[in-house]
Design a protein around this ligand. Structure first.
Ligand code: KIV
Ligand code: ZN
Length: 513
């Protein structure tokens, strides 16, 4: 591998899932492992085999089913953990044991109650033991950043002599700074005996919001592996975010002069998959993958982007797999953006009419956070229905039920009326009441789909309804957006599903019932 290749070691399934609210069972881990394989990460840290029988089974399942990346398990520096990692990794074509022990004064004295010499002896014995099970061994001196430099060198030397091929330098508590970590990596590479034969790796936490900056700075100091996680998940404030580090290296290749093997167009899918399986939505303003990352609302920005998107975008949305750049209509938008959206919706307005519409548009934008396509259609046509897009179904009945006991799944009873007058009522179960309602709408309409996002907002001061729901659903291989305003949450959400399903039917992308 050339010296400008930076390996991406993904720890979403280990450090990432250690964080409260992110734990993943085997099925969820496999979904993410497939997304990581599609991203072409170099190494997947699939879990911590000794942590629980469930985690051992998850590591084994990933080792069995995922080919391409090297599969890794974490292990504390003791025989039982290392053996458990070795067993779980057995089916993997290509594997790694990652073993660690605390080396900073605090870890030695307060946590481990071991002397420097005792720790060095353990490193020598147990890294060698790991090496006897697996040829590829990574060693981490935990809390390396707060470890005395001369002692850090001794631990690194002991691990290399015992057979470690990757030396990871964790900033366990997110304490370092970019300048400091660049200097530390330069120091280790220059002074650790045997250091030129191993890969130095960086593993930064985000307690001070510097995990990505520190990881990139470590690369400047000679690190050739970045440990990171999708959406930056991980202990406490998280780990270095994979998508941010990878896109920084790609976008500023002129500066960093290194590359990764990541298939960047697969980034968005991996990020969405993680948000979905862990039920943690991607923050709207998240770099690279947030809904706003390539969205523009301010009039001046929209004008620039419509003329040439490079005016306000340093990356192509397509490069990270996001559906192209989006102009969001809101109170900061200008007339250019409104006209462009009207045309994109295959509608038209003379310049005089556009002036009138623009006044109404600003009023509407003041009353609600975002003006959707449905709002624009209503402004231009005076109707809720986009010409030629109305579908056959109307919502007639909504009943949602959630029991507090765990044995009764949430269910929904939904009634729809077809434009030919026929009515149907169906009861479905689901993971939640809205999921159940969507299943019922699909069952009646005879389509198969899934909810991608459901946003519900209270709209203060709007004239025709106080709850606005926007449902993005996938039907067939297409996405459809339904937006509705109603006076209650249940009717708004289910109404939005019906609008989206109607659009799918009207667009003839799926078979009508
Ligand atoms: O943050 C840390 O120190 C770790 C080690 C186990 C590498 O996650
Ligand atoms: Zn960590």
């Amino acid at each position: 591998m050339s010296d400008d290749h930076v390996k991406i070691f993904d720890t979403t399934l280990r450090d990432g899932e250690q964080a409260p609210g992110f734990s993943m069972a085997t099925g969820a881990k496999l979904i993410i492992a497939r997304a990581l394989r599609d991203l072409n990460v170099d190494i997947i840290e699939a879990g911590f085999a000794a942590a629980s029988p469930g985690d051992a089974a998850a590591v084994r399942a990933v080792a069995e089913k995922i080919e391409g990346p090297r599969i890794c398990s974490l292990a504390r520096l003791n025989g039982a953990d290392i053996d458990a990692a070795g067993r779980a990794l057995e089916p993997a074509k290509s594997k790694r044991i990652h073993t660690f022990i605390g080396t900073s004064p605090l870890h030695r004295e307060a946590k481990l109650k071991l002397t420097k010499g005792e720790i060095l002896a353990r490193i020598s014995d147990l890294v060698a033991h790991a090496k006897s099970i697996c040829d590829d061994v990574e060693f981490s001196p935990e809390d390396a950043i707060r470890t005395e430099r001369d002692y850090l060198i001794e631990t690194v030397q002991a691990a290399i002599e015992a057979g470690a091929t990757t030396i990871n330098i964790p900033d366990t508590v997110g304490y370092t700074t970019p300048e400091e970590i660049t200097d530390l990596f330069r120091f280790l590479r220059a002074n650790a005996p045997g250091g030129s034969d191993v890969t130095f790796s960086t593993h930064c936490h985000d307690d001070l919001g510097m995990a990505v900056a520190n990881s990139l700075a470590a690369v400047r100091g000679g690190a050739r592996q970045i440990e990171c996680a999708i959406n930056g998940i991980g202990e406490r404030a998280g780990n270095c975010s994979l998508e941010e580090a990878v896109m920084a290296l790609a976008t500023r290749k002129d500066f960093f002069r290194v590359s990764t093997q990541i298939e960047t167009p697969k980034i968005f899918a991996a990020s969405v998959a993680l948000a979905r399986v862990t039920h943690n939505p991607i923050p709207r303003n998240k770099a690279i993958v947030g809904k706003n990352a390539f969205a523009h609302e301010a009039g001046i920005h929209q004008h620039g982007v419509l003329a040439d998107k490079r005016t306000y975008e340093i990356m192509d949305a397509e490069a990270v797999g996001m559906p192209s750049n989006s102009i969001v209509l809101g109170k900061h938008s200008g007339k250019h953006a409104l006209r462009s959206r009207i045309e994109a919706l295959e509608l038209s307005a003379t310049p005089e009419r556009l002036d009138e519409l623009f006044v109404k548009f600003k009023r509407l934008a003041d009353a609600q956070r975002e003006v959707t396509d449905a709002d624009v259609v209503r402004l231009v046509t005076g109707s809720n229905k986009r010409p030629g897009r109305a579908g056959p179904w109307r919502l007639r009945r909504v009943e949602l039920r959630v029991e507090l006991d765990e044995d009764t799944p949430p269910y929904a009873r939904i009634g729809l009326e077809h434009e030919n007058g026929a009515r149907q009522t169906v009861t479905c179960e689901g993971e939640g009441p809205f999921d159940a309602a969507f299943n019922a709408v699909c069952a009646i309409a005879g389509v198969e789909g899934r909810i991608l996002t459901l946003d519900i907002h209270h709209v203060a001061g709007a004239e025709d309804g106080i709850v606005r729901a926007e449902a993005l659903v996938e039907i067939g291989d297409q996405e459809f957006l339904g937006t509705v305003r109603e006076i209650d949450v249940a009717h708004a959400a289910v109404g939005a599903f019906v609008v989206a399903v109607n659009q799918a039917i009207a667009d003839s992308k799926v078979a009508a019932a």
